[in-house]
Design a protein around this ligand. Structure first.
Ligand code: CA
Length: 237
C-alpha cells in the first residue's frame, strides 16, 4: 500500500495541529476537517484510507458521523475521546469504529494505533477473503473444519470458546465491545452474558496463551471489550 491518506477530524485547533505535525514528521499524508460537515465532505471527495475522529464536534455527534460514513464506506475509523467517556467509546465502536484513542494521548500512542490500523489494512488487502483458514502467529483456525490449532497442537475448545475465538479472529485488529461479542456468540446482550463472557474469555485465554514467553493474542479493554492482536510481526518493545 502507498502512503495512506489520513483524515483528521478535530475541532480543537491545538490537538488538530499536534496530530498534523506528528503525521507530517512521520511521513504520512493527511487532510483535516474542523467539524462533521467538513469531515463528510472530505471523506467523500478524497476517499481517505484512515479517519481519526474526535467524538465531540460542534455540528454533529461523532457517532452520527460514523453511522453516516458506514452507509457507504469501510474506512478504518479511530475515535478520539476523553477518558471519562467510556459510554461514548462503546457507542462509537458499536456504530462501526475500529479503535479509540483517549485524550490526553501521547504522540507514541497515536503512532502505535496508526501502525496497527495500517497493518490491518494491508492484511485485508492481501487476504483472500474466501480463505477458510485463519492464521495469526502460531494460531491457526480452520473455519470449514471447525477446529483451531496452536503450534500444530489441536486446541480443545468448548463450542462457546470456539465461537468466541472465531468472532475475535474475524475482526482481528479491531476493538470489539462486550455487547458486540455477546450478540455474536449468544445472539443477545443480557447482563448475564457479559458476566459469562468474562468467564469464557478467561478459559479461552488460558488455552490460547499458555506459553508464558509467547505474545498475548487477546487484549483486554477494561470496561469496553476485547481485541485480537496480530502477533506474527515482531513487536517493538
Ligand atoms: Ca472536540
Amino acid at each position: 500500500m502507498n502512503k495512506p491518506l489520513i483524515l483528521i477530524v478535530e475541532d480543537d485547533a491545538p490537538i488538530r495541529n499536534l496530530i498534523a505535525v506528528t503525521l507530517e514528521a512521520h511521513d504520512y499524508r493527511f487532510i483535516t476537517a474542523q467539524n462533521a460537515g467538513n469531515a463528510l465532505m472530505e471523506a467523500t471527495s478524497h476517499n481517505p484510507d484512515i479517519m481519526l475522529l474526535d467524538l465531540g464536534l460542534p455540528d454533529m455527534d461523532g457517532v452520527a458521523v460514523i453511522q453516516k460514513i458506514r452507509t457507504w464506506s469501510n474506512i478504518p475509523i479511530i475515535v478520539i475521546s476523553a477518558r471519562s467517556d467510556d459510554a461514548d467509546k462503546i457507542e462509537a465502536l458499536d456504530a462501526g469504529a475500529d479503535d479509540y484513542l483517549t485524550k490526553p494521548f501521547s504522540v507514541d500512542e497515536l503512532l502505535a494505533r496508526l501502525r496497527v490500523t495500517i497493518r490491518r489494512l494491508n492484511q485485508t488487502q492481501s487476504d483472500n477473503s474466501d480463505s477458510p483458514v485463519f492464521t495469526n502467529g502460531s494460531l491457526r483456525i480452520d473455519y470449514a473444519a471447525g477446529c483451531a490449532w496452536l503450534d500444530e497442537q489441536e486446541l480443545h475448545l468448548t463450542p462457546i470458546e470456539y465461537k468466541l475465538l472465531c468472532v475475535l479472529a474475524r475482526n482481528c485488529g479491531k476493538v470489539l465491545t462486550h455487547k458486540y461479542i455477546t450478540q455474536q456468540v449468544w445472539g443477545t446482550t443480557w447482563e448475564n452474558n457479559i458476566a459469562s463472557l468474562r468467564v469464557f474469555m478467561a478459559t479461552l485465554r488460558k488455552k490460547l496463551e499458555n506459553d508464558p514467553n509467547g505474545l498475548p493474542f487477546i487484549q483486554t479493554h477494561v470496561g469496553i471489550g476485547y481485541r485480537m492482536m496480530k502477533v506474527d510481526h515482531p513487536v517493538c518493545s
